[in-house]
Design a protein around this ligand. Structure first.
Ligand code: MV4
Length: 500
C-alpha cells in the first residue's frame, strides 16, 4: 500500500479522497491555486503546495507541476478526482513515465472510451446494446441523409469526439438534415477541434441510468447497481438516486452484466461508470466515464462499499475480496447538488463570501462539502459547493429525509439551488418516480420565482436557529479567523514547498 498520495483536485472531491486516504493510513498531499489558500482540502491534507493562480490552465491542469510536486513530496501515486486531468491519457502516460501510479484506468482504456464512435464499435463487437445508428463518422450530409432515412426520423447527430451534449443536433425530418449536419460539425470543431459527427436514432424521453463498476487487475470486474440521474439541466445533473425507482432485479442484473462486458472490452481497471439510456424496458450503452463520478456516494450508501478507498486499493494492486453474489443493494439514497446558482434566475452563477454555514446532520445524512465560512466563491471553478446525500430504508422515507435535511441547511453569502431541491422533493411526479431526462422541461414551474409558503416558514425557522447559533458563538473567535491561524501554524510544521 502507498504511504503518501497526491490529490490533484480541489473542492469536495479532494476532501473526499483525502478522507479515504486517511482511513487507509495514507498521508495526503494537497495542491491549491492562489484563491484556494484556505480551502477545506488544503486544511485537511498533511501537506499542501501552491501550484499557481486561479485559472485552471495555470494550476489544476498543470500536469507537469503536479508530477513535480508529487515527486518532491515523496507521494507514490496521484488521485485525479473528477474533471481536470482525470480523463486525459497524455497525463496518465506522464504520471507513469515519472515512476508514479495513476489512481485510475490505463491511458488506453481512457482513449478507447473517449472516442465515441470507436467506443460504439467496440461495444457492438462485445455484444453490448447501443442505440441504432452508425459506428463511424459520416463522410458528408448526403451520407447523413441516407443513414437517417434507413433508421427513421427523428435522429440525433452527435460529435465523435464529444460527450456531454456538445455538437448534438436533433433532426426531425429530411429537410433539416443538411443544415443540422453543418451546425453539429461546426460546433464539434469549435469544442473538440474535430468536426466528425455520427448519427443515432433519437430517443424522445428516456431515463439516464448509469451502472457503477469496480475492476481489479486480477480479473475481477463487478457492478454495484445503478444510479438514476435523469434530473438534470443542460447536461448538468442536479439530483441523483440509487436504486432507480423502476428497474426490476432482472433488468438490474442484465444492465450490470452489460456494463461488465463493456469494461472488460477495454481491460478496464479501477472505478468506472457505464451511462445508459433506458426507455420502455430497453437499455442502450451511451458512454463510459473512466473516473470517479460526482454522484458516487449514493452507490456507497446502498452497497456499503467505499468506492474511493477501493480506487486506491486497486491501484496499489489489491484484489477485490467480494464477488458479484456478495453485492446487495439495500435501502435508498438521494443526492442533491448544492450549487451556487440561483434557480429563480435561470441558474445564474452566484458569487460571494460564505458568511455562515449550518450543515445538516442527524440520522441518515451525509454532507460532502468543499466550503467553510469565510470561503470566497468566485467564477474560476465549478459552481458545485457541496453534495447533500441522504439514506433511508425506502425511497419515500429518503425523500422526506432530504426535505428535512434541506430545511436544516443554511448557506449565507451566495444564492444556492436549495429552494429548487425543496420544490422537487414535494413534486408529485418525482415522488412517484415518474422522471426522465425531460423532467425539467415538463416541470418548468419548479423554477418559478413565486415564494412558497413552506419555504418562507422554513427560512424563518432557519433564521431563528442561526440567530441562536450566533448568540452561542459570541464567546469564541470567528471560524474563518481560527482556520487561517491553523494554516500558518501548520505550514511552519510541515514545511510545505511553495513553488511558483
Ligand atoms: C441521446 C439522447 C437521445 N437519443 N442519444 C446527451 C449527452 C450525451 N452524453 C448523450 N446525450 C443524449 N443522447 C439518443 N440516441 C438524449 C441525450 C440527452 C441526455 C442524455 C443523458 C442525460 C441527459 C440528457 C439530456 C439531453 C439529451
Amino acid at each position: 500500500m502507498f504511504d503518501k498520495i497526491l490529490v490533484a483536485n480541489r473542492g469536495e472531491i479532494a476532501l473526499r479522497v483525502i478522507r479515504a486516504a486517511h482511513e487507509l493510513g495514507i498521508k495526503a498531499v494537497a495542491v491549491y491555486s492562489e484563491p484556494d489558500r484556505l480551502a477545506p482540502h488544503v486544511l485537511a491534507a498533511d501537506e499542501a503546495y501552491l501550484i499557481g493562480p486561479a485559472p485552471s490552465a495555470q494550476s489544476y491542469l498543470r500536469g507537469d507541476v503536479l508530477i513535480e510536486v508529487a515527486k518532491k513530496s515523496g507521494a507514490q501515486a496521484i488521485h485525479p478526482g473528477y474533471g481536470f486531468l482525470s480523463e486525459r491519457a497524455p497525463f496518465i502516460h506522464a504520471v507513469r513515465d515519472a515512476g508514479l501510479v495513476f489512481i485510475g484506468p490505463s491511458p488506453d482504456a481512457v482513449t478507447a472510451m473517449g472516442d465515441k464512435t470507436a467506443a460504439r464499435q467496440r461495444m457492438i463487437d462485445a455484444g453490448v446494446p447501443v442505440v441504432p445508428g452508425t459506428a463511424q463518422a459520416l463522410v458528408d450530409a448526403a451520407e447523413a441523409r441516407r443513414v437517417a432515412g434507413e433508421i427513421g426520423y427523428p435522429v440525433l447527430l452527435k460529435a465523435a469526439a464529444g460527450g456531454g451534449g456538445k455538437g448534438m443536433r436533433v433532426v426531425r425530418g429530411e429537410d433539416e438534415i443538411e443544415k443540422a449536419f453543418d451546425a453539429a460539425g461546426n460546433e464539434a470543431q469549435a469544442a473538440f477541434g474535430d468536426r466528425s459527427v455520427y448519427v443515432e436514432k433519437y430517443l424522445e424521453g428516456p431515463r439516464h441510468i448509469e451502472i457503477q463498476l469496480l475492476a481489479d487487475r486480477h480479473g475481477t470486474t463487478l457492478h454495484l447497481g445503478e444510479r438514476e440521474c435523469s434530473i438534470q439541466r443542460r447536461h448538468q445533473k442536479l439530483i441523483e438516486e440509487a436504486p432507480s425507482a423502476v428497474l426490476t432485479p432482472e433488468e438490474r442484473a442484465a444492465m450490470g452484466e452489460m456494463a461488465v462486458a463493456a469494461a472488460k472490452a477495454v481491460s478496464y481497471e479501477g472505478a468506472g461508470t457505464v451511462e445508459c439510456l433506458y426507455q420502455d424496458g430497453a437499455f442502450y450503452f451511451l458512454e463510459m466515464n473512466t473516473r470517479i463520478q460526482v454522484e458516487h456516494p449514493v452507490t456507497e450508501l446502498v452497497t456499503g462499499v467505499d468506492l474511493v478507498q477501493w480506487q486506491i486499493r486497486i491501484a496499489a494492486g489489491e484484489a477485490l475480496p467480494f464477488t458479484q453474489d456478495d453485492m446487495r443493494i439495500e435501502g435508498h439514497a438521494i443526492e442533491c447538488r448544492i450549487t451556487s446558482e440561483d434557480p429563480a434566475n435561470s441558474f445564474l452563477p452566484s458569487t460571494g463570501r460564505i458568511q455562515n454555514l449550518v450543515v445538516p446532520s442527524g440520522p441518515g445524512v451525509r454532507w460532502d462539502g468543499g466550503i467553510v465560512p469565510g470561503f470566497e466563491v468566485g467564477l474560476s471553478y465549478d459552481p458545485m459547493l457541496a453534495k447533500l446525500i441522504v439514506y433511508a430504508p425506502t425511497r419515500i422515507a429518503a425523500i422526506d429525509r432530504m426535505k428535512r435535511a434541506l430545511l436544516e441547511l443554511r448557506v449565507e453569502g451566495v444564492d444556492t439551488a436549495v429552494p429548487f431541491h425543496l420544490r422537487v422533493m414535494d413534486e408529485p411526479d418525482f415522488r412517484a418516480g415518474t422522471i426522465d431526462i425531460k423532467y425539467l422541461d415538463t416541470h418548468a414551474d419548479l423554477l418559478s420565482t413565486e415564494p412558497d409558503e413552506e419555504l418562507l416558514r422554513a427560512a424563518a425557522v432557519a433564521a431563528a436557529l442561526l440567530e441562536e447559533e450566533r448568540r452561542n458563538q459570541r464567546a469564541v473567535p470567528r471560524v474563518a479567523a481560527s482556520v487561517g491561524a491553523g494554516v500558518s501554524a501548520w505550514r511552519g510544521r510541515a514545511g510545505g514547498w511553495r513553488g511558483r
